[in-house]
Design a protein around this ligand. Structure first.
Ligand SMILES: N[C@@H](CCC(=O)N[C@@H](CS)C(=O)NCC(=O)O)C(=O)O
Length: 212
């Protein structure tokens, strides 16, 4: 049994979606970032950075959306959402997860919280820089999909697709959303056809983007 602390449409979406896809029993606890619930002392004991998501695994809190997705894939190997250690796709999988966590996700953090990198006076420049980093990521992923889709790792769906789709969704109101890249648009058409993605939208009360 897992417990996921989440707020709608945030970095909790990929772990939430994976839990549904896996079919694991879990409890969902709304930690609404709009009301500051993620900064309350009780929650900070679980997640000292005061961000969502947090997953309780066997009674212990775990933070970082990408790591949570990797752990869920490992704990439910029957769902084959991560290549085995000896599989040829393993290196590409690790590379994709770290790239999404280390390059793409922080660029979105700077896009949505542009005062963080260098203060409010530099927010406009920080957001412009974040936008170009995000678009560079779409260039790279679009080329990767063109070279060998239909999923990020090729033939097999993996946890990387849950993270990537969540991040692509976050670009929906940007000047050039990820869907402006043709191979990504085709990829998202396939991901949007997954019933579990529709289900996580419904459970989080999200009505935009899922239908294109
Ligand atoms: N690296 C963290 C980032 C989490 C994060 O930035 N979450 C955002 C929502 S997407 C949040 O909690 N924002 C509220 C805040 O920072 O006050 C992860 O991947 O879990």
């Amino acid at each position: 049994m897992y417990t996921l602390y989440y707020s709608p449409s945030t970095a909790a979406l990929a772990p939430h979606w994976m839990l549904i896809e896996i079919g694991a029993p879990f409890e969902l606890v709304l930690t609404d970032t709009a009301t500051g619930a993620h900064k309350q002392p009780e929650y900070l004991k679980l997640n000292p950075a005061g961000v969502v998501p947090t997953l309780i695994v066997d009674g212990a809190p775990m933070c970082e959306s990408t790591a949570i997705c990797m752990l869920l894939a490992e704990r439910h190997p029957e769902k084959a959402l991560a290549p085995a250690v000896e599989a040829p796709e393993r290196a590409a999988y690790l590379q994709a997860m770290v790239y999404l966590a280390n390059t793409v996700l922080p660029a979105f953090r700077a896009w949505f919280y542009p005062h963080e990198p260098a203060g409010r006076d530099a927010a406009e420049d920080a957001q412009a820089a974040a936008r170009s980093r995000i678009e560079a990521a779409w260039d790279r992923i679009d080329a990767q999909l063109a070279a060998g889709g239909p999923y990020l790792l090729g033939e097999k769906l993996s946890a990387a697709d849950f993270m990537a789709t969540m991040l692509m969704r976050w670009s929906r109101n940007m000047p050039r959303p990820a869907t402006a890249w043709p191979n990504i648009a085709r990829y998202l058409g396939r991901m949007r056809a997954m019933p579990s993605l529709r289900e996580v939208h419904a459970r989080e009360g999200l009505t935009d983007w899922i239908d294109g």
